[in-house]
Ligand binder design. Structure first.
Ligand code: Z16
Length: 817
C-alpha cells in the first residue's frame, strides 16, 4: 500500500538496516549476532530518532524565529502509548523497518513487544493530550507539550484469586528508554516553602528549599508534515546542596534526606481520575512542572536576554491549561513578571490574562480541584499573596457588575469562612482568556450549571471544542486491515491527514460487495483479538459471537454496573428456565477498567464482574452463548487490539456526567455501533452518524434532573422490573460469591437505597434497546452497513479537527508553514 511520503528524506531498507547495526555496535556495544529483540528495539528507536533530528532542529529554529505564535500545552498527564510504530509511520519508514528487521534475522512483533508503554496518565484526559500533540505536529502548529516524567506511571492492574483488583507499581523506567533525551543543560530551579519579606518596598520570597527540574525531551513527529515538535517532561533531581551543619556532624543519612524529598516530586502519578486527593505532594508536582515550563518558555523565546521585553510574551506563546492541574501557573507567571522582571501589577495582569486559556474536563463537582489556602501559604507563600490580590481585584470588579451579594460570595476565588479554599477552576476562569468544555453538551452545562455565575459575568469567554482522537494511532496503526480497505475505497490515503474524506465511503455502504469486505475485516480482527486474548490472558473467545465491549475507567457514573446487571439478568433468565440458552444471541462481553485504589465501590464492581465471569463462563447450561471477560490492566496497547475487534461499544454513563468520552470516537472510527445515552460526545456522534445508526436509550439530562428533584427511589424500579429484581437478588444471595451474602452487600445496598447515578432507573430502557441490537445483529449485512456508515460519518472526531477549532476559537494562531 502506498503511504503518504513524509518529507524526512526517506532511506532504503538496506540503509536503515545498516543504521540499526551501527546503533547496536556504537551506541549499545552489542554485536548484531549477539543482540536480543530488546536490543534491536532500542537500536531501531535510536535510528528513527536520528532520522527525525534534522526536522526537529529545523522546527525548533522556526518556532523561535517566531513567525507564528506557539502553543504550550500544560498537562499533568500525557498517556502516549508505545512510540516506535508511530514514529516509523511519521518518518515514512514502516516498510523499511519491517524489511530491515527481517533482514537482521529478528521477528518484527518481538521487537515491537520489547517497548514498555509509558503510562503517564489515568485515562481520557491524558490520552487526549497525547492525541493533541500528535495533531499539532501534523498540522505544523508550533507547539510544546509540557508535563512530568513520572518514574511510576499508572499502576499495573492484576486480579487476586477472589477477582479483586491488586495494584502493582509500574516501574517503566526500569528498562532502557531510547525516546526521552535528558537535557541537564536546560534545567530549571523550582523553589518551595519559606517566607515572604519586605525589602525596600518590594515583596521578596525567601524559599526554604529547591529542586532541580531536568527536562526529558520526546520528539513529537507530525504525520506527513515534515515537522517534529517537542514533548518536554520534567524530572525532579536534587541539588547537591548538603546541609553542611548536619554533614559536619557526620550524620550523613540525615544530610541526604532533603535530596530524597526533592526527587520524590516526580516519583509517582496520582491514580485518581476524578477525585483529587488534595495531598501536598500533588500540589508540589503541579507547581514543579508549570514553574519549570514557564521559565523554559522565557528561555526559549528570549534567549540570552537579561531584561527581555515580556510584554510580547502572549504573542510568542499561549498556554492551554489541561484541567485545573496546571492552574497554579497563573500566579506563577504573575510572580515571575512582578518579582523577577519588575513589572507592575497591571502590566503583569495584562500579560497573564492574554497568555492562559482553560479547558474544563468534568461536570462532577468533586473533581474540581480546591486547595486549602493554608497549604498554598505553606508551600508557596508568595503565590498565596498573589491569589489573594487577584481575588480582591475580582471582588471589586464584581461589586461593579453583580447586584446579588450571595452570588458574589459564591464566586470568590478564595472561599470565605473557616479554612478558606482556593478554587482553581474559578481562578482559571477569571484569569483565562477563554474557557472551554470538551463536547457541545458539556460546554452548555458548564455555562448553565457548573460555571453559571461566571458565564453571566464573562459571556464572551465561554466556548466549546469537542474532543477528537488521532486517526494515525487509532485507525492506521490499530487497524491496518480497515486502513487498507478505506484507502482502496477512497482511492487515496489522504484521509489520514484529512479525516473528513471518510465521507467518501458513504456511497460504498450501498455496495453489498464492499460492505461484505468491511465485515470480513471485522471478522479477521476478531480472530486476531481472540488469539491475542488467549496469549495475554488465557481467554477462550469465540469469534462467531458478538464482541460487546465496555472499556474505560471504573466509575459509578460510567455505570459498569448497568452492563453487568444486564448480563446477570440474561443469565438469571436461563437459570430460571424463562429463556432457553439456544434463543440467546451469542455474545462475548469484554470489560477493561482500572479503579482508583481507594475507591471502594469501584473495586467491588470489578470483583463482581470477575465473579460473574467465573460463574457464567463455566456453566454448561449457558452453552457458551454468553461469556464475560475482564481483561486486566487496560492500557493503550490493549485498546489498540480490542477496539478494531469490537462490534458493540457501550457508552452508557448517566446523562450529564461524562464530559465527552473519547473511547466512543475510537470505536466509531473502527466500525463498532454504539449503545449509549445522550451524554458527552455521544450526542454529536449520534447526530453525525444518524439516529438510525446509533442505539440510544435512557434518560436525558432534563429527565435525570426532574427525577432527582421529585425524589429518586431506586427500590421502586427494582420492584417494577422482574428481570432487574432477579439480577439484584442473584448478587445479594451469594450466587457470585460462593454463597456468601455479605460480599456484595455494600453494592446491593447502594443500588437499592442510593443509586446516585440512577442505574436502576435506566435498566429497563437498556434492556429494551438490547432487543433492537440483537435483531439487527441477526441481519449481518445490515449491521455491517450501519457500522460502515459510522466510519464514514465520524471524520469530525479527528483530533486534527479539534486542534483546528482550538486554533480558530482560542489560540488564534496557525501553521508555521
Ligand atoms: C479525565 O480523564 C477526565 C476528566 C477529568 O476531570 C479528569 C480526568 Cl483524569 C476525562 C473525562 O472524564 C472524559 O469525559 C473526557 O473525554 C476526557 O477527560 C478528555 O476530555
Amino acid at each position: 500500500m502506498t503511504e503518504q511520503t513524509a518529507p524526512h528524506s526517506p532511506i532504503s531498507a538496506e540503509q536503515f538496516a545498516e543504521q540499526i547495526r551501527q546503533e547496536l555496535e556504537y551506541s549499545q556495544g552489542v554485536r548484531p549476532e549477539q543482540a536480543t529483540a530488546a536490543d534491536v528495539y532500542v537500536a531501531t528507536s535510536l535510528a528513527v530518532r536520528k532520522q527525525l533530528m534534522d526536522s526537529w532542529m529545523r522546527t525548533q529554529q522556526d518556532i523561535v524565529q517566531g513567525k507564528t505564535k506557539a502553543v504550550g500545552y500544560l498537562s499533568a498527564e500525557f498517556l502516549m502509548g508505545k512510540q516506535l510504530r508511530n514514529a516509523l509511520l511519521s518518518a515514512g519508514l514502516t516498510d523499511q523497518f519491517e524489511q530491515a528487521v527481517t533482514q537482521l534475522g529478528f521477528d518484527i512483533q518481538a521487537v515491537i513487544d520489547a517497548e514498555v508503554e509509558p503510562g503517564l496518565g489515568n485515562g481520557g484526559l491524558g490520552r487526549l493530550a497525547a492525541c493533541y500533540i500528535d495533531s499539532m505536529a501534523s498540522l505544523a502548529v508550533p507547539a510544546f507539550g509540557y508535563g512530568i516524567q513520572y518514574r511510576y506511571g499508572i499502576f499495573k492492574q492484576e486480579f487476586d484469586a477472589q477477582g479483586r483488583q491488586v495494584e502493582r507499581p509500574d516501574y517503566w523506567l526500569d528498562n532502557e528508554e531510547p525516546w526521552g533525551h535528558v537535557d541537564y543543560n536546560r534545567s530549571q530551579r523550582v523553589s518551595f516553602g519559606g517566607k515572604v519579606v519586605e525589602e525596600n518596598g518590594h515583596k521578596v520570597w525567601k524559599p526554604a528549599w529547591s529542586v532541580r527540574a531536568v527536562p526529558v525531551d520526546y520528539l513529537v513527529p507530525g504525520y506527513a508534515s515534515g515537522r517534529v515538535n517537542t514533548l518536554r517532561l520534567w524530572s525532579a533531581k536534587s541539588y547537591d546542596e548538603f546541609d553542611l551543619l548536619t554533614f559536619n556532624n557526620s550524620q550523613y543519612l540525615d544530610a541526604v534526606r532533603p535530596q530524597v524529598k526533592a526527587e520524590n516530586i516526580s516519583k509517582i502519578l496520582y491514580p485518581e481520575d476524578s477525585t483529587p486527593q488534595g495531598k501536598s505532594l500533588r500540589l508540589e508536582q503541579q507547581y514543579f512542572f508549570v514553574s519549570a515550563s514557564i521559565h523554559d518558555a522565557i528561555r526559549v523565546f528570549y534567549p540570552g536576554q537579561d531584561q527581555p521585553d515580556l510584554t510580547s510574551f502572549p504573542d510568542k506563546i499561549c498556554f492551554q491549561l489541561n484541567d485545573t492541574h496546571p492552574v497554579i501557573g497563573i500566579p506563577e507567571l504573575m510572580r515571575v513578571l512582578i518579582d523577577e522582571y519588575g513589572y507592575d501589577w497591571n502590566a503583569a495582569w495584562s500579560i497573564t490574562t492574554r497568555t492562559f486559556n482553560y479547558t474544563c474536563h468534568t461536570l462532577l463537582p468533586e473533581a474540581l480541584e480546591v486547595w486549602p489556602a493554608k497549604l498554598i501559604g505553606e508551600l508557596l507563600p508568595r503565590h498565596l499573596q498573589i491569589i489573594q490580590q487577584i481575588d480582591r481585584h475580582f471582588l471589586a470588579e464584581l461589586e461593579g457588575k453583580v447586584a446579588d451579594p450571595q452570588q458574589i460570595e459564591r464566586m470568590r476565588i478564595i472561599s470565605t469562612g473557616e479554612d478558606p479554599q482556593v478554587r482553581m477552576a474559578y481562578l482559571a476562569t477569571v484569569a483565562g482568556e477563554h474557557v472551554n468544555g470538551v463536547a457541545e453538551l458539556h460546554s452548555q452545562l458548564l455555562k448553565d450549571v457548573t460555571l453559571h455565575d461566571f458565564s453571566l459575568v464573562y459571556p464572551g469567554k465561554f466556548t466549546n471544542v469537542t474532543n477528537g482522537v488521532t486517526p494515525r494511532r487509532f485507525i492506521k496503526l490499530a487497524n491496518p486491515r480497515l486502513s487498507a480497505l478505506i484507502t482502496e475505497g477512497l482511492g487515496t490515503d489522504r484521509w489520514l491527514s484529512d479525516l473528513s474524506l471518510l465521507e467518501g465511503l458513504r456511497p460504498l455502504a450501498q455496495d453489498d460487495g464492499f460492505v461484505g469486505r468491511f465485515a470480513q475485516v471485522k471478522r479477521d480482527n476478531k480472530a486476531d483479538f481472540a488469539a491475542f486474548a488467549k496469549r495475554e490472558y488465557g481467554f477462550d473467545l469465540n469469534p462467531d459471537t458478538m464482541f460487546d465491549s465496555m472499556v474505560k475507567r471504573l466509575h459509578e457514573y460510567k455505570r459498569q454496573s448497568l452492563k453487568i446487571l444486564a448480563v446477570i439478568a440474561d443469565y438469571a433468565d436461563i437459570k430460571s428456565g424463562r429463556v432457553s440458552a439456544d434463543d440467546l444471541l451469542p455474545r462475548t462481553v469484554l470489560f477493561g477498567a482500572k479503579a482508583a485504589p481507594g475507591y471502594r465501590m469501584a473495586k467491588l464492581t470489578i470483583q463482581l464482574i470477575n465473579n460473574v465471569a467465573r460463574v457464567v463462563n463455566t456453566d454448561p447450561e449457558v452453552k457458551g452463548r454468553l461469556s464475560v471477560h475482564f481483561a486486566p490492566n487496560y492500557n493503550i496497547r490493549m485498546a489498540q487490539h480490542l477496539i478494531p475487534a469490537t462490534e458493540l461499544d457501550e457508552q452508557i454513563s448517566q446523562a450529564g456526567k461524562e464530559a465527552s468520552g473519547t473511547g466512543n470516537m475510537k470505536f466509531a472510527f473502527n466500525g463498532a455501533l454504539t449503545v449509549g445515552t445522550l451524554d458527552g460526545a455521544n450526542v454529536e456522534i449520534r447526530q453525525r452518524v444518524g439516529a438510525e445508526n446509533f442505539f440510544l436509550f435512557g434518560m436525558t439530562v432534563e429527565e435525570v434532573d426532574a427525577l432527582y428533584a421529585k425524589g429518586y427511589q431506586p427500590e421502586s424500579y427494582y420492584q417494577a422490573d422482574p428481570r432487574l429484581k432477579a439480577a439484584i437478588d442473584m448478587v445479594a444471595d451469594g450466587s457470585f460469591s460462593d454463597g456468601d451474602c455479605g460480599t456484595y452487600a455494600a453494592l446491593v445496598d447502594d443500588w437499592l437505597h442510593k443509586d446516585y447515578f440512577m442505574t436502576l432507573a435506566d435498566f429497563t430502557a437498556y434492556n429494551q434497546i438490547q432487543s433492537d441490537i440483537e435483531a439487527l445483529y441477526r441481519q449481518p449485512l445490515e449491521w455491517s452497513r450501519k457500522a460502515l456508515l459510522n466510519v464514514a460519518s465520524s471524520g469530525f472526531f479527528s483530533s486534527d479537527r479539534a486542534i483546528g477549532d482550538y486554533l480558530e476559537r482560542i489560540w488564534k494562531t496557525g501553521s508555521m508553514d
